[in-house]
Design a binder for this molecule. Structure first.
Ligand SMILES: *[C@@H]1O[C@H](CO)[C@@H](O)[C@H](O)[C@H]1NC(C)=O
Ligand SMILES: *[C@@H]1O[C@H](CO)[C@@H](O)[C@H](O)[C@H]1NC(C)=O
Ligand SMILES: *[C@@H]1O[C@H](CO)[C@@H](O)[C@H](O)[C@H]1NC(C)=O
Ligand SMILES: *[C@@H]1O[C@H](CO)[C@@H](O)[C@H](O)[C@H]1NC(C)=O
Ligand SMILES: *[C@@H]1O[C@H](CO)[C@@H](O)[C@H](O)[C@H]1NC(C)=O
Length: 416
């Protein structure tokens, strides 16, 4: 918060500096009086007991003009600098996140020159006012970490210039509206940790979108069409199902988190997406992991988490050909067969986190696993391995013999 205040002071400094350079007459650039009324209404909507004495809103005492005052006064807003005698207009409302508790007044819609609203990390309650539809210049609407309820107001659809919409961690409900596809400038859409339900609409038209986070909701159905511009995609903790084959088209993807859903089928092409750094597909219903052979620097993948699925088959030996891989989580599957000998040399560098526990691996552990390398965390427990008890990764023991019946190096080879 001190940091943010700093930033605000800096903004104000620039504001004043520009005024000074262009010799704009300060006396005639006072804030439009109706906009001052809105700020008053905004402050009145907040419980005074929730306004800390050193906060932005406590600086709003209205003895000075909001747009003319600088430094310690009227923090949290930024104004346009008129070139003529017209009034200053409020263009940015960026509050500090100190837990202001109250309702966002409908009057906010009167600040029609606003380009950015940030109310993040407060305790605003009640619905998002329908009047935000009047803020046609808005490029960023950030309301994350509050207690807003109700659905996204219909009027939002008019905000054609919006680039960033963040309503994460509120108590919003209802559908993700179809009209969201018309936000052609949208770059970042975050609606995580709310009560949104229903299917995800076709988002392919959002061709500027690089970040989509819809995690922690109650969304169901299959993966929608997604724009190929996506770099970060998180849909974790929903009830989505079906194949994830279409993700293969997202050639710019760096981070993918689909964990804790009901996706099924094979994990294949996405492992070789050219930009992908982190894949979290844990806690789903996937049945097969296929890893192609990589050469040189052809993969950037660092983290592969596919634990708690229904994976069968052997450990993909080609994991050892992924040059950047540092963390592999394959725990809690039904993987059988031996640990490839080639995995041994990857331990420690580059592999730092290696979890193969709770599977049906058989045979001897490659000797490198028995060398106590401080740089590796991991586990081979609850398999059918010959795992010496004094090896750290073997701690926890192996499965009892009956569970391993039929799991031998030979039979698993035959079953291939
Ligand atoms: C905002 O505009 C509406 C409609 O013009 C008006 O009734 C209301 O008083 C305005 N609010 C403030 C705080 O000036
Ligand atoms: C601005 O207002 C002042 C005083 O009201 C007036 O003298 C001046 O001509 C005005 N300038 C413009 C550009 O309108
Ligand atoms: C919004 O405000 C919060 C809390 O002050 C801050 O942490 C965050 O960086 C701001 N976000 C944007 C996009 O300005
Ligand atoms: C993957 O997602 C699960 C569940 O959301 C989480 O617990 C786990 O820490 C994530 N894995 C990594 C490597 O971040
Ligand atoms: C584990 O025990 C075996 C024999 O009991 C011994 O040969 C080996 O050096 C031990 N390894 C470690 C890492 O202590």
């Amino acid at each position: 918060m001190a940091n943010k205040e700093h930033q605000k002071m800096y903004f104000y400094f620039i504001n004043v500096a520009i005024l000074a350079i262009f010799g704009v007459n300060l006396v005639h650039s006072a804030t439009l009086s109706t906009e001052v009324d809105v700020l008053r209404a905004l402050k009145e909507g907040i419980d005074p007991n929730s306004i800390p004495s050193n906060s932005f809103i406590s600086s709003w005492d209205f003895t000075l003009d909001p747009c003319e005052s600088t430094g310690a006064h009227f923090l949290g807003i930024l104004c346009s600098i008129p070139e003529d005698n017209s009034s200053s207009r409020i263009t940015i409302l960026d509050l500090d996140g100190v837990g202001y508790d109250g309702f966002l007044t409908n009057d906010i819609g009167n600040l029609t020159e606003l380009t950015i609203i940030n109310l993040s990390k407060n305790k605003f309650r009640g619905p998002i006012p329908e009047s935000v539809s009047k803020l046609s210049r808005l490029t960023a609407l950030v309301m994350s970490d509050n207690f807003f309820t109700g659905s996204l107001p219909q009027g939002l659809r008019r905000l054609k210039r919006i680039q960033e919409l963040d309503v994460s961690r509120n108590k919003l409900t209802g559908l993700i509206p179809n009209w969201i596809t018309n936000f052609r400038s949208l770059e970042s859409l975050r609606m995580a940790s709310n009560g949104f339900s229903g299917r995800i609409p076709n988002l392919a038209g959002l061709w500027q979108l690089h970040t989509l986070d819809l995690s922690n909701n109650q969304l169901f159905g299959i993966l929608p069409q997604l724009p190929t511009s996506l770099r970060t995609l998180s849909l974790s903790h929903n009830v989505l199902s079906g194949s994830i084959h279409s993700i293969w088209e997202l050639q710019n993807l760096k981070m993918l988190d689909l964990s804790d859903n009901r996706f099924s089928g094979r994990i294949r092409g996405i492992v070789s997406l050219p930009e992908v750094i982190s894949l979290n597909l844990s806690v789903n219903w996937f049945t097969e992991l296929q890893v192609p052979r990589f050469a040189g620097e052809s993969t950037r993948l660092e983290v592969l988490d596919v634990q708690e699925n229904r994976l069968t088959g052997h450990l993909p030996a080609n994991l050892a050909t992924m040059g950047k891989l540092t963390a592999i989580y394959l725990s809690h599957n039904q993987i059988s067969g031996p640990i490839p000998r080639s995995f041994g040399v990857r331990l420690g560098a580059p592999w730092r986190h290696v979890f193969f526990d709770h599977n049906f691996l058989v045979g001897a552990v490659p000797p490198e696993f028995a060398i106590q390398k401080i740089k590796v965390t991991g586990s081979l427990a609850h398999n059918c391995l010959k795992c010496p008890k004094n090896v750290t990764m073997c701690e926890g023991g192996q499965r009892p013999a009956p569970e391993c019946a039929g799991q031998s190096v030979e039979t698993s080879k035959i079953s291939q």
